[in-house]
Design a protein around this ligand. Structure first.
Ligand SMILES: [Zn+2]
Length: 440
């Protein structure tokens, strides 16, 4: 059995460069303290590098091909409707506010996340340990929770200790309501108040501590602007955990730590509307796009193939590469050139121009994205500097975004303290946690 308990800290959208500067400089003392005591490497996210996909990968150890969450926004083939997890307020409204909120809060975990995968909370709680989760959107567990709001009655199923933006709470902590003011960092202030309560009581074996405000700031100000605006708040939310144990050394006497982000961010200079390249084919397709990844779904009686769709994006400067399945192969297409690949004996069998997918872990990430039954027939990875407008027409031009295969969107910081785990991808986090606790 593990000697110490384990705290997983997920900082949404923090790039490796930001973490590395924080670890060296004096501006983030809590992160620097942890970095001083641990081992650090750069790791890789999944594709699309978007939060619902990434957090599901972190909490299950599976890629999107197995956990089935494909994007922030997708077409539900069986229910013949758009699922929207909150690209923007305008996108939520366009998708139908009540449905979109139900999809985000309940259905992502209860219906969309595959029953074939096991979450870290299900595994640990099932082994008699106590797992806790704060604000992380992939929360599926065995314990039933009724919302704190009297007019919402539908239950959710979470870990033994569960705190979700003040809406679901396993314990009375006195933490302030989470969503008063995103720009002022109220969501992470809620997480910190709950974290203080949990560490003070030593009330868990495993804690998933999710800080979302950094990503919010990075969308508004770009990755370097976020460092000015929000890094100190992230650090304060981590410092709160250390202080609750009586200081950094006391904290590390009790807890091992894994700190990761779910994806990176890159600067956005231009916005594009995916549908503009498909006007000729509008009757045959459904487009879902948001941030720096898009999907095109073929309607049931479409007169075109995914290969025809891919050709329609030749010459579109916003799309760096299109991705599709063709028989046994995956096909990446960029400016008329193609790369075909499939898993081989001990690696990948490829033919064509390998430079088309010269991005971190690109073949494996693409393969998993295309294996998702909820994914479109054609996937789009945006070119550097571009973003796709969402359902409400919103984008982050002048700020930052993520979602594509490029390194800036895909690389994440990985810090481990007191746990010997070769985490190279975000899908390695849950297997490392289960191995740490000797739970299969
Ligand atoms: Zn984001």
């Amino acid at each position: 059995m593990a000697e110490k308990k384990l705290v997983l800290i997920v900082v949404d959208g923090m790039t490796p460069a930001t973490f590395e500067r924080a670890a060296e400089g004096g501006r983030a003392p809590a992160l620097a303290f942890l970095a001083d005591h641990g081992s650090y490497r750069r790791g890789t996210s999944v594709f699309p590098s978007l939060t619902p996909v990434c957090l599901s990968s972190i909490a299950t150890g599976a890629g999107p091909g197995d956990h089935h969450i494909p994007h922030l926004v997708w077409w539900h083939r069986r229910e013949r409707r758009i699922v929207e997890y909150g690209s923007s307020f305008a996108a939520l409204r366009a998708a139908g506010m009540t449905q979109a909120i139900t999809d985000t809060i309940y259905n992502m975990n209860r219906r969309h996340l595959s029953a074939e995968v096991v979450t870290v909370y299900e595994a640990l709680d099932g082994a008699g340990l106590v797992s806790a989760a704060v604000n992380i959107t992939c929360y599926r567990g065995h314990t039933r929770y009724v919302p704190t709001l009297p007019w919402v009655t539908k239950p959710a199923y979470g870990p033994k200790r569960f705190f979700f933006y003040g809406l679901f709470e396993s314990d009375e902590t006195g933490a302030p309501f989470a969503v008063r003011s995103r720009t002022a960092g109220s969501t992470d202030a809620y997480a910190a108040a709950v974290g203080r309560w949990l560490v003070t009581r030593d009330g868990f074996d495993f804690l998933a501590y999710y800080l979302s405000d950094f990503d919010y700031a990075s969308h508004a100000h770009g990755p370097s602007g976020a460092e000015e605006v929000a890094l100190s708040r992230v650090d304060a939310a981590v410092q709160t955990l250390l202080d609750a144990a009586g200081g950094g050394d006391e904290f590390l006497d009790r807890y091992a730590v894994v700190l990761v982000s779910d994806h990176g961010q890159t600067n956005v200079e231009r916005g594009a509307t995916v549908q503009d390249s498909l006007t000729r084919l509008a009757d045959d397709v459904i487009v879902t796009a948001s941030n720096r990844a898009g999907q095109v779904y073929l309607r049931p009686r479409a007169r075109v193939t995914a290969a025809d769709l891919a050709c329609a994006f030749d010459g579109d400067p916003s799309v760096e590469v299109t991705l599709r399945r063709e028989g046994e192969d995956a096909v990446a297409r960029r400016e008329g050139e193609e790369l075909r690949f499939r898993p081989g004996g001990d690696g990948w069998e490829t033919s064509g121009d390998a430079a088309i997918l010269d991005h971190p872990d690109a073949l494996a990430r693409t393969w998993s994205a295309l294996a998702n039954p909820n994914a479109g027939e054609l996937l789009l990875s945006a070119a550097e500097g571009w973003e796709f407008a969402d359902l409400g027409g919103r984008h982050h031009v002048g700020g930052g975004s993520h979602g594509s295969l490029v390194e800036g969107d895909s690389a994440v910081p990985v810090l481990t303290v007191g746990i010997d785990a070769g985490i190279e991808r975000i899908t390695d986090v849950t297997p490392a946690a289960l191995a740490y606790f000797d739970v299969s």
